[in-house]
Ligand binder design. Sequence first.
Ligand SMILES: Nc1ncnc2c1ncn2[C@@H]1O[C@H](COP(=O)(O)OP(=O)(O)OP(=O)(O)O)[C@@H](O)[C@H]1O
Length: 325
Amino acid sequence: MENVIEVKNLKRNYETTVGILKREEKIVQALKGVSFNVKRGEIFGLLGPNGAGKTTTIKILTTLLAPTEGEAMVLGYKSFGEEKKLRHKINFIFGGERSLYWRLSARNNLSYFMDLYGIDEDIKEKRINDLLDLVGLKDKADIKVEAYSKGMKQRLQIARGLVNKPEILFLDEPTIGLDPAGARDLRAIIKKLAKEGTTILLTTHYMQEAEELCDRIGFINGGELVALDTVPNLRKLYDKGSIIHCIVGDLKEACEKEILSIEGVTSVKLKEIDDDKHLYIETQKPHEIISKITYKLKDCNMKGFSIREVTLEDIYLKIVGDKNE
Ligand SMILES: Nc1ncnc2c1ncn2[C@@H]1O[C@H](COP(=O)(O)OP(=O)(O)OP(=O)(O)O)[C@@H](O)[C@H]1O
């Protein structure tokens, strides 16, 4: 499958000033040499903590920001330098953005945005109806957007992002602030779009969403791409099997080390949540060693335990780390 995005050694610095009394110039390296490709029809996820460089990457790819160094080719055009040739072939939606006109109906919003792209009158009406159908707003098409729920507004944003039939749609945190049902509806639309051939590059902080949607995932941290693969391959690379999750009230200092020394335990992570201590024990043979673990924790006021498969969230925490630690 052909590459529709080719990013090579992409760098972007921001110049800012810091300090209140003595203002000093500071350079923030938001991207430190990122390289990746996206294939046509793929749903590609960029995941990483706040400030990792995800939005900067999207802004460069959507022609909104110039790179400091490196190359970003989108549909064969330089995203900076050939932006005029590229702009009508792509579109983007930033999560929580307020680009819709609340005093207008959904239909009139879409009509207005199509006019900005110079879409012919004779294809406008059908395209508007198709888009309203796709995002499930046909029945509410003539109601003012101000009366819409957050989920409906976000679905209309998606329709707005499709007015020019983009070959690539960029979505920065598309489901942010939506309730579970609203987020599920939006994910269904994203899947449908990809099935119909639209390439999607999205960012999200929701690991389950990424796991459900993305064909491949790039983990970005501190301006660097630290891993890139399909979810099954990421599992193979970083998956040591299962996680035994134990919750205890007290933890004797030696316990953690003793558990780590049990044969078959790959790693032990401790996290304090409220007054409890959560132990995440990585192992390939959870059922063989669980009794040894509960024995070691017998004086630790054990409140419960569970055994589960390694999730994308575990993989994320392993690769990117936990900023709240
Ligand atoms: N206009 C700007 N001026 C100065 N620094 C900036 C600017 N925009 C972004 N940065 C910095 O660049 C780095 C990358 O920011 P970016 O917004 O790309 O991260 P992100 O991964 O999208 O984060 P989030 O998940 O919070 O949206 C951060 O350190 C950020 O503070």
